[in-house]
Design a protein around this ligand. Structure first.
Ligand code: HEM
Length: 126
């Protein structure tokens, strides 16, 4: 049986990835203004989501229902600049926690497709 990306990453690395990612988000001038100042709950939900996104148990859905990610992001203005900023934070985090190729490229491709789908504004001003 083929291993899922979730199994290849492992819980410990997923946790490190999420922590690193939000460290970058919290200090990014395009992103920080739309996030809460306390990332505890955001991180918890993202760990749950990414577990299921990469083929692990459906932790996010069990607690919060269907992800409906685009709808859940509607309250926030997400233009291409913000999507690119999100992806650059994730690209750095993937390298910093030593997720190796080809897994890293696979994960980044999935993130890229999802980030594009979240764009809900063509207004380039933040
Ligand atoms: C929640 C921004 C892309 C997954 C959020 C929140 C913001 C945000 C502001 C609310 C945080 C909070 O109140 O705790 C963005 C921006 C993106 C983006 C600017 C740029 C494209 C993504 C992508 C994924 C993702 C690509 C998944 C691969 C989530 C999840 C939540 C979330 C799971 C929690 C939803 C909930 O409230 O239950 N995002 N996001 N986001 N985001 Fe994103």
């Amino acid at each position: 049986m083929q291993q899922s990306a979730y199994e290849l990453i492992g819980d410990k690395k997923l946790d490190e990835l999420v922590n690193r990612f939000y460290d970058h988000v919290s200090s990014h001038s395009e992103l920080a203004p739309i996030f809460p100042s306390d990332f505890t709950e955001t991180k918890r939900k993202q760990r749950q989501f990414l577990t299921q996104f990469f083929g692990g148990p459906s932790l996010y859905t069990e607690e919060h229902g269907h992800p409906m990610l685009r709808a859940r992001h509607m309250p926030f203005k997400i233009n291409k600049k913000r999507a690119d900023a999100w992806l650059s934070c994730m690209a750095q985090a993937l390298v910093e926690v030593d997720i190796e190729e080809p897994l890293r490229a696979y994960m980044f491709e999935r993130f890229t497709l999802t980030a594009k789908h979240m764009i809900n504004s063509s207004d380039s001003s933040a």
